[in-house]
Design a protein around this ligand. Structure first.
Ligand code: C2O
Ligand code: CU
Length: 483
């Protein structure tokens, strides 16, 4: 908790230092409409950027606390360590930190480390929910590459409400490969936890989800309305997570400037790609580098679907000495999964409540997968899309989309753990599980997840097992290419 307060202070200090260099007078013309309810477009609130805290030894306390969401009132939300979002957690690849979660809510909760590939018993799954007033230690062997992940509750039937009421936070994995690239760091690396929200007159987060999904009336970025960030003439690295329950964002800059995409859910891409617009489904992440050296007037990060301004970037006009990142060369080596040409399993996301006609039942294992074997899985939407598809226990690679948008997009490259499935689409992935244990497939539209659009499966050592009827494509149930 102390760390969070200190970081808020240092944000203020950084803001003052920036402001001292040049007076930023005059109201910038905004292209989009202001996102929040209160405050004019040119006013706004400094974007909170909590300094990262080390994972090992961290205690996260989930409870209701006072928050100032930037609407001029102090209301309340469910928070981790009094933050909404909670602290940005940082962890080195190869380390095994222990994080203790204290449940100060009035109902059970559990924390899932979305994007981390960790053993079942620390994956924060619904059956691991622990009661109000108790605590749970998670020892997390972090073996994966550098990446932006996030943490959030995962108790069955209550995930959507707990997340919407404020429980979420960013989790960054670091490694040597990424460090060697010299990407913008320190105050030039900015996590952006983007979501929508409903806020009542007291300034308190409220939740009224419906089966089709929750759509809040205002955006929050790092927990505030109408945020602005003072930026120097420099490169910035924005690490973006769509932390909304249901809302898909179509991100762009108000002046159409390119965003350089260097990574997705599971870390760096092999090559950077410049994009003027990115569709970001729930729980998907982006690693973006922005060249703001020439910025002379404010520019806004916007959501083209809602028309919201998400973040106002206000130039300080300060030049900083910074080594420009070299993005024109190969950034990383992404192991290319090689697998069967035909899917061994098909998952139909049916309506708002089921996968392959089956609703989630805690403890029911729908099928088994062999550890270490690359499988090709197919996902189809059967009503009520979009469905952001998420799989626990492994990262995967998208290999094709037919129907609907009919193509894969650059932001779907590299290692993924979540992707967007729209109407009439069929998406194939290649996936390999390296850990045995029980994991989940579910829709990350949290209202669909809570309503039962979720399955348990088991990764096993050794021979493959037949699938339970109705949970996968029976015609291809037995995949025969293991040795
Ligand atoms: Cu981010 Cu199973 O969820
Ligand atoms: Cu869904």
């Amino acid at each position: 908790m102390g760390g969070y307060r200190i970081s808020r202070r240092s944000v203020l200090a950084a803001g003052l230092a920036g402001g001292a260099l040049v007076s930023v007078g005059g109201a910038p013309a905004l292209a989009g409409k202001p996102g929040g309810g209160g405050g004019g477009a040119a006013a706004g609130h400094p974007l909170p950027v909590p300094a990262p805290v080390a994972a090992d030894g961290l205690t996260l306390t989930a409870r209701r606390t006072a928050v100032d969401l930037g609407g001029g009132r102090t209301g309340s939300a469910l928070t981790y360590n009094a933050g909404c979002p909670g602290p940005t957690i940082e962890v080195q690849s190869g380390s095994t930190p222990t994080i203790t979660v204290t449940n100060g809510l009035d109902e059970p909760t559990t924390v899932h480390w979305h994007g981390l590939v960790v053993p079942t018993d620390v994956d924060g799954q619904p059956h691991e929910a622990f009661p109000a007033g108790t605590r749970r230690a998670y020892t997390l062997p972090v073996q994966q590459r550098a990446s932006l992940n996030f943490y959030h509750p995962h108790p069955h039937l209550r995930t959507a409400a707990q997340v919407a009421l404020g429980l979420q936070g960013a989790l960054i994995v670091r490694d040597a490969e990424e460090a060697a690239l010299g990407l913008p760091a320190g105050r030039f690396e900015v996590p952006l936890v983007i979501r929508d929200a409903n806020i009542d007159k007291q300034g308190t987060l409220t939740y009224n989800g419906r089966a089709s999904g929750f759509l809040g009336g205002v955006p929050l970025v790092n927990g505030v309305l109408n945020p602005y960030l003072r930026v120097d003439r420099a490169h910035y690295r924005f690490r973006v997570v769509n932390a909304a329950n249901s809302r898909v964002f179509r991100l762009a800059f108000s002046d159409g400037r390119p965003m350089t995409l260097v990574g997705t859910d599971g870390g760096l891409l092999e090559h950077a790609v410049d994009l003027s617009e990115i569709t970001l489904g729930n729980a998907e992440r982006l690693d973006l580098v922005l060249d703001l050296r020439g910025l002379t007037a404010p520019v806004q990060l916007v959501d083209r679907d809602s028309g919201w301004t998400l973040l106002d970037l206000r130039p300080t006009q300060a030049d900083v000495s910074q080594t420009a990142p070299v993005l024109g060369r190969q950034l990383s080596v992404v192991e290319r999964l090689v697998g069967p040409a035909q899917p061994s399993r098909t998952f139909s996301f049916d309506g708002m409540t089921a996968i392959n006609g089956v609703r989630y039942q805690m403890g029911a294992t729908s099928f088994q997968v062999q550890r270490g074997q690359v499988e090709r899985w197919r996902f189809v939407a059967n009503g009520n899309p979009p469905h952001p598809v998420h799989i626990h226990g492994a990262s995967f690679q998208l290999v094709g989309r037919t129907g609907g948008r009919g193509q894969l997009f650059p932001w779907e490259g590299g290692w993924k753990d979540t992707f967007l499935l729209l109407d009439k689409e069929s998406v194939d992935i290649l996936i390999r599980f390296d850990l045995v244990g029980r994991y989940l497939i579910h829709c990350h539209k949290l209202e669909h997840e809570d309503a039962g659009m979720m399955l348990d499966f088991e990764v096993v050592e050794g021979g493959s097992s037949p699938m339970v009827a109705g949970t996968a494509d029976g015609a291809h149930g037995d995949h025969g290419d293991h040795g």
